[in-house]
Design a protein around this ligand. Structure first.
Ligand SMILES: [Zn+2]
Length: 136
């Protein structure tokens, strides 16, 4: 972490009125006072920047609409993971939410994936006859 006051690289930062300062600048002891586990503090700069950086990983497939008091499709999720949307929503749900073309796209992709899987292993001949040949 970098102290925003003096710019030095430090392990502990204290945030006061939106300003991040090191022990030197803010005048606190690393070992005393604030609750730290020597790696992270709840309000440490790193924790906050990381959580903003990986914010999208926390996008949930459903969001709760307070106004309508019901669970809805999370548009952010559909935009970020369109092909996974089929695992969380039905075609009807997607169409109803305005994603008219998405169900078809998902189906097309699934078909493509399945075709690729089938091509991996090709069987020739008749399995029954092959077994007969071995057992006789
Ligand atoms: Zn400092």
């Amino acid at each position: 972490m970098k102290c925003s006051t003096c710019g030095s690289e430090v392990t502990h930062i204290k945030v006061r009125r939106g300003i991040e300062s090191c022990p030197q600048c803010a005048g606190f002891k690393i070992t005393g006072g604030t609750k730290t586990d020597n790696i992270l503090t709840r309000n440490s700069f790193r924790v906050r920047t990381e959580s903003i950086k990986h914010e999208e990983d926390f996008i949930q497939p459903h969001s709760y609409s307070k106004g309508e008091s019901k669970v809805k499709i999370n548009d952010d999720f559909v935009k970020k993971y369109p092909m996974q949307a089929g695992e969380y929503y039905s075609d009807q749900e997607l169409t109803k939410a305005g994603y008219n073309k998405l169900p078809d796209k998902i189906k097309q992709k699934k078909q493509k994936d399945n075709q690729a899987k089938i091509k991996d292993v090709e069987f020739h001949g008749d399995a029954k006859k092959a077994i007969e040949r071995i057992t006789k």
